[in-house]
Design a protein around this ligand. Structure first.
Ligand SMILES: O=P(O)(O)OC[C@H]1O[C@H](OP(=O)(O)OP(=O)(O)O)[C@H](O)[C@@H]1O
Length: 386
């Protein structure tokens, strides 16, 4: 028994992390001596809608399917998708039937989070943007949240254990609790304690809104830490915010008037893309939490589309193994995999597993995924309406 309500990795890998009806389907098929060779596809929309989303979670989906006797094609992690399959699995149905639940979970949540992160990235292309949303999700999801935020172009994240798993260091300085532990009017003691104790590699960024006016706390932080102060963070709570842009401009003005233009200004607390657009020219960086971590999962489904090489599908779904393309005009198109695609179009799916062996590590390497996401966003003008 697990101490926490966390389904363990072995249950996911083995297929026990499944909806019960897949267990019963396996029992029924085995009882009937039936296990057809099928093609199954993971799809959100059957036809392109004109609304791009960012694919993530491919790394974990491939890890789940590896070692099974299947061939898998997928759109690489970090590419935009729009209708048609993002992944195609070919093999005997019982080889992967019980993996569907976890497979869709990996792709659905990660893609939603990566898409929301990309919304923020394009809203403030030149600012530092950090993921602060781990606190809003179940601890079992935190590494997926932070990794997907990076796929969507974030510069960093706050969750320590997620960082250990991803192989990147978490960033962060201080919560309001630090100042409160020293007491009202003792913010200087809190900032100095941080400066004296915390490793030199961590930037000195003072949280400046705990008890009093932002300008007042910022100037006190400057006096307390002098040239050792790298930046300030304003996390002014919504009920006290008023005109946040004006507050930030006032802070910048007063820092400049005292020769401290080099003190960076970061803001956080309930921010989304519209806020980032409104503030991006007056701040150096943002902490974004709920907008990204709480994104609604993409509604992916896995459907059998061919049985023993014959097209087959439930009604409302398109039968036959498919390919997806980016056309010369930048649109996406869906066609049957055994036919020619549109002239000049680029096929988006590539082999990732052959006979259980992973064949395309680059399809889900983190840096490559982020590069693809930013290049795709540029190419299609993602989020450029703002
Ligand atoms: O609002 P979100 O975009 O989801 O961002 C997540 C949190 O990050 C900030 O925490 P901070 O450390 O400043 O808060 P605390 O010290 O009050 O816990 C902010 O106050 C949010 O509560």
């Amino acid at each position: 028994m697990s101490e926490f309500d966390i389904v363990d990795a072995e249950a996911v890998r083995s297929g026990r992390a499944t909806d019960a009806y897949f267990d019963r389907t396996a029992t029924a098929l085995e009882g009937a001596g039936r296990n057809p060779r099928v093609v199954a596809e993971v799809t959100a929309d059957q036809f392109p809608t004109g609304e791009f989303e960012l694919l993530a979670g491919v790394k974990d989906a491939v890890a789940l399917l590896s070692g099974r006797d299947v061939d898998v094609h997928a759109i690489p992690e970090g590419r935009l998708f729009d209708g048609g399959p993002v992944m195609r699995i070919e093999g005997e149905y019982l080889e992967f039937a019980r993996l569907e639940t976890s497979l869709l979970g990996f792709l659905s949540h990660a893609s939603a989070i990566a898409t929301a992160a990309l919304d923020c990235r394009v809203a403030a292309p030149d600012s530092q943007v950090l993921s602060f949303g781990a606190r809003h999700v179940h601890p079992a999801m935190t590494a997926a949240v932070e990794r997907s935020a990076l796929v969507g172009g974030f510069d960093g994240f706050s969750h320590v254990a997620a960082g250990e798993l991803i192989g990147r260091e978490a960033s962060g300085t201080m919560p309001h609790a630090l100042s409160i532990c020293f007491g009202r009017g003792e913010q200087e003691a809190a900032w100095r304690a941080f400066d004296e104790a915390v490793d030199e590699s961590v930037p000195r960024i003072a949280l400046c809104d705990t008890y009093s006016d932002e300008v007042d706390e910022v100037l006190r932080a400057v006096d307390a830490l002098g040239d050792r102060l790298d930046g300030v963070r304003l996390d002014t709570t919504g009920s006290r915010r008023g005109d946040f842009r004006h507050i930030v401009r006032e802070v910048n003005w007063e820092l400049g008037a005292r020769g401290h233009d080099d003190v960076a200004v970061y803001v956080s607390g309930g921010l989304g893309p519209a806020d980032l657009r409104r503030l991006r020219d007056v701040v150096d960086g943002f902490g974004v939490g709920g907008y990204v971590s709480n994104a609604d999962p993409v509604d992916f489904a896995l459907d059998v589309v061919a049985v023993e090489d014959e097209p087959a599908a439930k009604r409302g779904k398109l039968s036959g193994a498919k390919a997806v393309y980016r056309t010369a005009e930048g649109d996406h198109a869906v066609g049957l995999a055994d036919r020619d695609g549109p002239a000049g179009a680029e096929p988006l799916m590539e082999p990732v597993i052959r006979g259980g062996e992973v064949v395309a590590d680059d399809a889900f390497a983190l840096d490559a995924a982020t590069e693809r996401a930013l290049a795709d966003a540029e190419r299609v003008g993602y989020g450029s309406e703002g």
